[in-house]
Write a protein that binds this ligand. Sequence first.
Ligand SMILES: [Zn+2]
Length: 168
Amino acid sequence: MISTDYHSNASLEKANKRFNNIPINFEDLFETDRPTLGRNIDVVVYRALILSIINHLGFNSLSKLYHAGEDFGKNLGVKSIDDMIYCFKSLGIGILELVSKNPIKIQVYECIFCSGLPNIGEPVCYFEQGMISGCLNSILNKEVKVIETKCYATGYDYCEFDVKILKK
Ligand SMILES: [Zn+2]
């Protein structure tokens, strides 16, 4: 329902990207034929998927997940911070706030991956860091590096991301 609103937002341009050798385009992901269950799934499915990817991808899995998130963020086609805030909320990724413009610092409340997880003493939102990076790349037209400095998994009730703009 909410995601459909996001999908129909004309200001958001969709890239038509094919995933490796699987002939499915990013745009195809928005179509669902689930008359009983609808568009939504429990976050536990998403969380289990991310954890199983980390477990099975092995070496460098965290940075691969970051880059995968980055691709996803770029595909969302956001044009402004407001677009990004709207997109994160409508897709149920989290409630995003820009807390500093220079340097850019972002907080995400109710994060899809970590909100409610135990405090394990390290940030865990690798895919989400990548998503933020990809979105900011689209908005700023610059390469950025996003680092999660606070997380529900480090004892906060939000995630905080520091953004470094990389010089080309
Ligand atoms: Zn987090």
